[in-house]
Design a protein around this ligand. Structure first.
Ligand code: NAD
Ligand code: DAU
Length: 351
């Protein structure tokens, strides 16, 4: 066996793509997936690789130090790729404490276990923390986030992620823990939980339900296909420098309303509905509190130093995504169960 890698949050959206990439690409690695299986964690995401000899799943909670320490005693990890988090901004507005617990306390638990278990071997280890561009705040019409942009988080979610980034850097500066961080823009693609804009809109269009667009739909996000993010994580894990940060983005900015209109056109075509059918579902609703206007990433460091760039156009990625959701009705049916219905009603009924 080569390296033993711990991937946290591997049953979630991005984590499942990272686990699949590593299990397939590195048959001599042992990939250990630690996940609590919250509403967002789903082992169906990994059904195709779950019996591979180089893969293990462990149900555990990163906020539980004992569970984390037990895992570090069972396995001799060479590296950690830390994705486990509460990840939805709207939920952070209604339940901020869950975000403080998992994103901050959970990260510190992992840092502490790694610090203690790896003592004397830091030169051969990597603690890679996966973060978000939201830590940098909100851009106006001009400019880009880079690795040097000052932190200015504005939601409980982004504040909790910013806090975890600071702690990861603090463990590097104070204890010499070998860390890397990347901050990525909005991901989309197969297996994303339909609380996030694109899968929520796909599911609603499919069911001929209203598509809720916050405010005037003028907010801008920089979209990246999830498999391209997974490839960037692979490159940074293996070739990125210790102590460094990398920003990752799609160079693909879209106003929400334009994105939704494009998605509507693709859905009409795929569902054989007359052009314009889905657009009629667009419904402008009360804006998100503290809604960041624009995110956009300058990923030139990653391109120049590690030769990574996105492989798909947005239209290609969206078609792949729509095809996946239409072909995986069972997956969608399982995740939009009773809990999702309750969440959806609470989140959208008064908007
Ligand atoms: P997700 O919500 O789909 O998945 C999160 C996973 O973490 C789930 O499998 C969940 O069960 C697990 N988890 C949650 N709390 C846990 C706990 N206490 N202990 C163990 N496991 C726990 O999230 P995602 O969209 O895949 O995001 C993954 C990571 O990437 C997060 O750290 C997020 O901040 C970051 N990120 C996401 C995006 C994006 O667009 N989705 C962009 C940039 C960065
Ligand atoms: O930028 C990276 C971040 O992208 C990640 O760190 C987060 O984990 C991820 O959730 C995502 O955050 P956003 O808030 O940008 O994603 P979301 O899909 O929730 O919303 C995208 C945009 O669409 C945002 O401007 C809000 C808007 N929106 C969202 C929903 C759910 C709507 O207009 N209607 C909706 O129903």
């Amino acid at each position: 066996m080569g390296k033993t890698i711990l991937i946290t949050g591997g049953a979630g959206f991005i984590g499942s793509h990272v686990v699949r990439l590593f299990v397939n690409k590195y048959p001599d690695y042992l990939i250990v997936n630690l996940d609590k299986l919250t509403y967002a964690g789903n082992l169906e995401n990994l059904a195709d690789i779950e019996h591979r000899p180089n893969y293990r799943f462990v149900k555990a909670d990163i906020t539980n130090l004992q569970q984390v320490n037990t895992l570090f005693h069972e396995y001799r990890f060479d590296g950690i790729i830390h994705l486990a988090a509460e990840s939805h901004v709207d939920r952070s507005i209604t339940h901020p404490l869950d975000f403080i617990q998992t994103n901050i306390v959970g990260t510190v638990n992992l840092l502490n276990s790694a610090k203690e278990k790896w003592q004397g071997h830091y030169h051969e280890k990597i603690f890679y923390h996966i973060s978000t561009d939201e830590v940098f705040g909100s851009l106006g019409k001009e400019g880009y986030f880079t690795e040097d942009t000052a932190y200015d988080p504005r939601s409980p979610y982004s504040a909790s992620k910013a806090s975890s980034d600071h702690l990861v850097r603090a463990y590097h500066n104070t204890y010499g823990l070998p860390v890397k961080i990347s901050n990525c823009s909005n991901n989309y693609g197969p297996n994303q939980f339909p609380e996030k804009l694109i899968p929520l809109a796909i599911n609603n269009i499919k069911n001929s339900q209203a598509i809720p667009v916050y405010g005037a739909g003028e907010n801008i996000r920089d979209w990246l296909y999830v498999e391209d993010h997974a490839k960037a994580i692979d490159v940074i894990f293996h070739q990125g420098k210790i102590g460094e940060t990398y920003t990752i983005g799609g160079n693909n900015e879209w106003k929400n309303i334009d994105l939704i209109r494009l998605l509507c056109r693709i859905m009409d075509e795929k569902l054989n509905r007359p052009v314009g059918t889905s657009e009629m579902l667009i419904t402008f609703v009360t804006d998100r509190a503290g809604h960041d206007l624009r995110y956009a990433i300058d990923a030139s460091k990653l391109k120049n130093e590690l030769d990574w760039s996105p492989s798909l156009t947005f239209e290609q990625g969206l078609v792949l995504t729509v095809d996946w959701y239409l072909a995986n009705e069972r997956w969608l049916r399982h995740v939009v169960n009773g809990d999702y219905e309750k969440y959806y009603e609470k989140q959208y009924q008064h908007r």
